[in-house]
Ligand binder design. Structure first.
Ligand code: 6CS
Length: 359
């Protein structure tokens, strides 16, 4: 299945058209599956992920499904839809909003036009360069979290969890050691407007596009570079058409788990408590899973040969950090006063967590 999915994504830069085309058929199949499930009274929770099988989101969803099924003694069955089954990330978000899906991952990198405030996670050099600090900050019951929950709810999405999938890494056919190295680079980004600003600030030509189109676009030279965590660079085969991985530790890849608000509101107290317990457990465990997957996949890439790895030092990172500072003002312009409050709260949470761990 894993290999077949890779082939599907490699085969055509226009794969997304096919994805859209089959979306309705699959949705109908899902409805049929509900009717013909193992037990007539089994409740089905449809959970779509933005990544293929074997990914971090897939690890999260499978663990989530097995705990929910175990703790409801089979009364609930969680049906997982890997990327490619139901459409692009933006389409999955719409399907949660309209109730066709109960749950989905909605990465802020694709959410910017829907929830401008969520683009906080598209800013560079905002979180710590210590991954453990970021894990604690993302799990904390901080003001920024409540403000984000409010912003999501206003757009008909319940924010359930904020998850780091590991450091974003730049891939290109040359090292990207300074903002000057981005000159003339057509950089694929996810579709949030702030990401365009972030890479334009380095002098690149940002090119937003859905995930499924990236491999083909790299292969055909429509783009020169892209950015993703290592596990994704491996499983989507991007490293096969790129020569260099540059680690700037500019930002982790953050995703959010969202639910349909009516679905959550319809859970009784016991089920809601059970769901919260499962979310806390899976969200805590995914940190080590993403580290393991990212480490193992880097090994795989290096074993295959032909890929150079460049890790930026403090001075090189500082040049990027400075160049990106004005993008924080753009975030506030796009996200308004609530965005300003989210930015201030997140910065304070990071500073507090860093000082308590001595990072
Ligand atoms: O680059 C993207 O579009 C995607 N990257 C990851 C690692 N997950 C989902 C997202 O859509």
């Amino acid at each position: 299945m894993h290999v077949e999915q890779r082939r599907r994504f490699r085969s055509s830069p226009l794969a997304i058209d096919r994805l859209i085309g089959i979306a309705i058929a699959v949705a109908l199949l899902a409805a049929t599956a509900c009717e013909s499930g193992p037990r007539d009274d089994t409740e089905v929770w449809r959970f779509a992920i933005e990544e293929i099988e074997g990914s971090v989101q897939h690890a999260y969803a499978t663990r989530f499904a097995s705990l929910i099924e175990e703790r409801t003694h089979g009364e609930v069955s969680v049906q997982i839809y890997p990327y490619g089954s139901l459409g692009t990330s933006s389409q999955l978000t719409e399907q949660v909003q309209n109730g066709a899906l109960q749950l989905a991952f909605a990465s802020p990198g694709h959410l910017g036009s829907v929830i401008p405030e969520a683009q906080i996670f598209s800013l560079h050099f905002l979180l710590s360069d210590d991954e453990a600090v970021n894990r604690d900050v993302l799990a904390a019951d901080a003001a920024y979290r409540h403000l984000l929950e409010e912003a999501y709810r206003e757009r008909r999405l319940e924010l359930l969890s904020i998850v780091s999938e590991g450091w974003m890494v730049w891939t290109a056919n040359r090292p990207l050691r300074s903002p000057e190295d981005f000159a003339g680079i057509k950089m694929r980004t996810m579709v949030s407007p702030l990401l365009v600003e972030a890479y334009a600030a380095y002098g690149a030509t940002p090119t937003p596009m859905p995930y499924a189109e990236v491999y083909g676009a790299l292969q055909l030279g429509m783009i020169d570079a892209q950015v993703n965590p290592v596990f994704a660079i491996e499983e989507m085969s991007f490293y096969e058409v790129q020569d260099v991985l540059t680690f700037a530790h500019h930002a982790p890849f953050i995703t959010t788990l969202v639910a349909n608000p009516a679905f959550v509101a319809g859970l009784d107290e016991e089920r809601r408590g059970m769901l919260d317990g499962v979310l806390a457990e899976v969200s805590a465990a995914i940190f080590e899973t993403q580290q393991r997957l990212n480490d193992e996949r880097l090994e795989t890439i290096l074993e295959e040969g032909g890929t150079e790895v460049v890790t930026l030092g403090p001075k090189e990172r500082e040049a990027f950090r400075k160049r990106g500072l004005p993008v924080r003002d753009t975030y506030v312009e796009l996200a308004g006063p609530r965005g300003r409050a989210i930015l201030d709260s997140l910065l304070a949470s990071v500073a507090e967590a860093e000082s308590s761990t001595g990072s």
